[in-house]
Design a protein around this ligand. Structure first.
Ligand code: 289
Ligand code: CA
Length: 139
């Protein structure tokens, strides 16, 4: 038997099965408090039917920040410039339409920073994708 799952049902599923979830606008952000490298974090979210948190406005950025404060760990965002250095994109390949870079970022320090972490003030820093950061998925 195949059941068609509507948007609300999926959101409710996320709220029910994850340890913590918060709603902001049309998105649901979900975290279990786990940390991983960018590739593993990305996989965790896509395997769950979502994607790494990719805030597109100040409200969504605040929702991600609240999670990182709860777990006291900087999170990864889904935003990255893995394909073209300096061209930061959402997981679907579109150019970012909102950013909240920290002062002097992104700087691609040592030429190895293609992923993005969020500091505990909500500002963004490009960072080496091999570092482990908090996994926050969005649905
Ligand atoms: O490895 C360098 C990083 O840990 C960060 O170091 C400093 O905070 C700044 O240069 C950041 O841009 C950099 O990502
Ligand atoms: Ca940086």
């Amino acid at each position: 038997m195949v059941y068609e799952v509507g948007k609300m049902d999926y959101r409710q599923t996320a709220l029910t099965f994850y340890k913590e979830a918060t709603a902001a606008g049309d998105k649901i952000f979900v975290s279990k408090g786990e940390q991983a490298t960018y590739n593993d974090a990305k996989l965790a979210c896509t395997n769950a039917g979502g994607q790494l948190a990719s805030p597109q406005n100040a409200e969504e950025n605040k929702a991600v920040l609240d999670f990182s404060k709860m777990y006291k760990v900087f999170p990864y965002l889904g935003i990255n410039d893995l394909v073209n250095e300096g061209s930061f994109r959402y997981p679907n390949g579109e150019m970012i339409r909102y950013s909240n870079w920290s002062d002097k970022e992104p700087n691609n320090d040592k030429g190895v920073e293609d992923c993005v972490e969020m500091y505990d003030n909500g500002k963004w820093n490009d960072k080496n994708c091999n570092e482990k950061r908090l996994i926050i998925c969005e649905f």
